[in-house]
Design a protein around this ligand. Structure first.
Ligand code: UGY
Ligand code: MN
Length: 278
């Protein structure tokens, strides 16, 4: 079986001898939040979570993410929450990068380790505990679920990347593949969180320009990403937010694979709200 590596930030604070030039950027079309920015002083806390801190790397904000928030959670042994989600309309995806935890939902406890993925629909009443002896670090992506009359809410999904075969992109001999945890034809879902794997030297072969917004966390390797009019070098631990329609392409830089966790909003009509009464 292939061994995957998943980058996980640890915090700390750099010494006073550091040079300050880094790749952090916040533009109208995209943001780059490099791994070096995830330090102790950039953490937050949440109500009803114990022995836990987090980095918020995306949130709904004018000129930034519109459809989702993205946290990197760090929960110490024994920590967790009996009331993790306080928004009844929020669905969530968890993706574990280090350590182990137990998620209980629908009366069933699921042990999750690195590569573990969970989809948690709104009001599912899930709880979470670090059952290991080391800190657990995981991504938590939240989106307000857009219900549609005639479509039911999706069920809970718990999986591990190791058990899901990546789907190769056409004409790439598998050098560009996507690991999907949700069937793309299941229109109950209004967000996809997938893992994109590009082998060394593979490319995203055109300037994708699409209505879907992206959050993109590099799990492994390095590459050069085209974001709007700029080429940016990125590596494991870096985060990018891409506004809807931000032109994007990339080269995988080797020597190993370039892999990232990708958020994308999908499968819903465009609200025609602007200028409309009521
Ligand atoms: O599906 C996607 O939009 C994907 N190919 N985009 C990306 O990896 N930046
Ligand atoms: Mn894209």
């Amino acid at each position: 079986m292939m061994t995957r590596s998943y980058y996980a930030p640890k915090g700390g604070l750099p010494g006073q001898d550091q040079l300050l030039t880094d790749r952090a950027m916040f533009t109208e079309a995209y943001a780059v939040i490099p791994k070096g920015t995830m330090r102790d002083i950039t953490t937050s806390f949440l109500p009803f979570w114990d022995r836990t801190r987090l980095w918020v790397i995306a949130r709904p904000l004018s000129g930034f993410a519109e459809t989702f928030s993205h946290y990197i959670m760090e929960v110490m042994p024994g920590g967790g929450s009996e009331r993790p989600e306080t928004d009844p309309g929020a669905q969530g995806v968890l993706f574990v990068v280090e350590g182990s935890l137990s998620v209980t939902v629908d009366g069933e406890a699921h042990e999750m380790g690195p590569g573990g993925y969970a989809y948690l629909p709104p009001r599912s009443g899930w709880t979470l505990r670090n059952t290991g002896s080391e800190p657990v670090r995981f991504h938590w992506i939240r989106k307000a679920y857009q219900a549609v009359e005639g479509l039911s809410q999706p069920e809970v999904i718990v999986a591990n990347e190791a058990d899901v075969a990546p789907v190769p992109m056409p004409e790439t001999e598998g050098k560009w593949a996507t690991t999907r945890f949700v069937d793309p034809s299941d229109l109950r879902h209004d967000m996809h969180v997938t893992i994109v794997t590009l082998e060394s030297g593979a490319v995203l072969p055109f300037m994708e320009t699409h209505v879907m917004e992206h959050g993109l966390y590099v799990l492994e390797g390095k590459g050069v990403y085209r974001l709007n009019q700029d080429w940016v070098e990125v590596e494991a631990g870096d985060y990018m937010w891409l506004r809807a329609f931000c032109p994007q392409a990339c080269y995988a830089g080797g020597p190993g694979p370039f892999r990232y966790l990708l958020y994308k909003d999908v499968n819903r009509h465009m609200p025609l709200g602007l200028g409309r009464p009521g």
